[in-house]
Design a protein around this ligand. Structure first.
Ligand code: NAP
Length: 307
């Protein structure tokens, strides 16, 4: 027997938790599924300093905990399991997890993104053996060691700065001669004596027996290659949307992000998307939270319109 709700939310990052808060506070029966980390990608960010209300900044973990607590205060059920399939075809949308089946009048998809992998020879075998996608998780293992950060966006540059707490040297390897990160973040990195840069450069190989020992770095303008000894590699080369579950069911853009209308309704009535998984113009916690709120309000209106 399926358990019935007003709203099911897939994904427990800032968008999902805020959608839960709004849905719960509107007295809609709501269940939220999260397969990994409450808070999503934001929860593994060291300091978030551009979410209003926290002038000193707040750790991603603390902010996620506060959001979880606030959603649960309004009786959102948080289910730490993986959604293995969905059926969006009927009036009641169905979600299946290893523990059960759930149906609801509306679904809000807030499944976020996951990091793109470093695709160079040697990288797959050394992932978890010196190659990491999470500085807050693995940074402390690299005390007084030399690490590289791959990428030039906000994640790469902010996490490089964080890693200087532990590492003796942090080299940012970026494929262009200009970073993509916000200027304020770039300035901090430029001023940090532990950070140096290899610009116009990409990794062409990672080497090491049981753990990372060195990398080949290629200058993309001159094609020159050099071998550099490193102990760790932190990869921040962008993200991929977690939309495989909805393949063929919802309209996605060319990169796999969910396309919605202004109310955040996807191409199937009653299905909404919010946050990083949606095709939008700003990937920020404040924006994800705002979209979560809008998706919940839109879901409520949709449910009322069906009654
Ligand atoms: P991002 O902004 O997409 O940056 C990815 C970086 O990786 C870019 O510099 C890109 O180079 C590089 N890259 C992509 N593919 C590559 C490849 N195959 N080989 C080498 N380099 C590659 O990703 P992000 O930094 O994870 O950020 C994602 C979103 O979250 C952004 O919108 C960002 O602003 C936001 N964010 C915000 C904050 C904050 O507000 N404090 C913190 C973290 C993230 P190019 O520059 O040449 O494309």
């Amino acid at each position: 027997m399926s358990k019935e709700y007003d709203v099911l939310i897939i994904g427990g990052g800032p968008a999902g938790l805020t959608a839960g808060l709004y849905a719960g506070r509107s007295m809609l029966t709501t269940r939220l599924f999260e397969k990994e980390l409450i808070g999503g990608q934001a929860s593994i960010t060291d300091i978030i300093e551009n979410y209003p209300g926290f002038p000193e900044g707040i750790t991603g973990f603390e902010l996620a905990e506060k959001m979880r607590e606030q959603a649960q205060k309004f009786e959102v059920e948080i289910d730490l399991s993986e959604v293995t399939s969905v059926d969006l075809s009927g009036a009641l949308k169905k979600v299946t997890t290893p523990d059960g089946e759930y149906v609801a009048k509306s679904i809000i998809i807030t499944s976020g993104v996951r990091p793109s992998k470093l695709e160079v020879p040697g990288a797959a075998a050394l992932t978890g053996r010196g190659i990491s996608y999470c500085a807050t998780c693995d940074g402390p293992f690299f005390r007084d060691k030399r690490v590289m950060v791959i990428g030039g966006g906000n994640s790469a540059v902010e996490e490089a700065i964080y890693l200087t707490k532990f590492a003796s040297q942090v080299t940012i390897v970026h494929r262009r001669d200009e970073l993509r990160a916000e200027k304020i973040v770039q300035e901090r990195a430029f001023k940090n004596e532990k950070i140096d840069f290899l610009l116009d450069s990409v990794l062409s190989r990672v080497s090491g027996e049981n753990s990372v020992a060195s990398v080949a770095v290629k200058n993309v303008k001159t094609d020159e290659e050099m071998e550099v000894a490193v102990d760790g590699i932190f990869v921040f080369v962008g993200n991929l949307p977690n939309t495989e579950l909805f393949d063929g069911m919802l309209d996605l853009d060319g990169s796999g992000y969910i396309i919605t209308d202004d109310t955040l309704m996807a191409s199937v009535p009653g299905v909404f998307a919010a946050g990083d998984v949606r095709k939008n113009n700003l990937k920020q916690v404040v924006w994800a939270a705002a979209e979560g709120a809008l998706a919940a309000v839109s879901a409520e209106k949709f449910i009322e319109s069906q009654e």
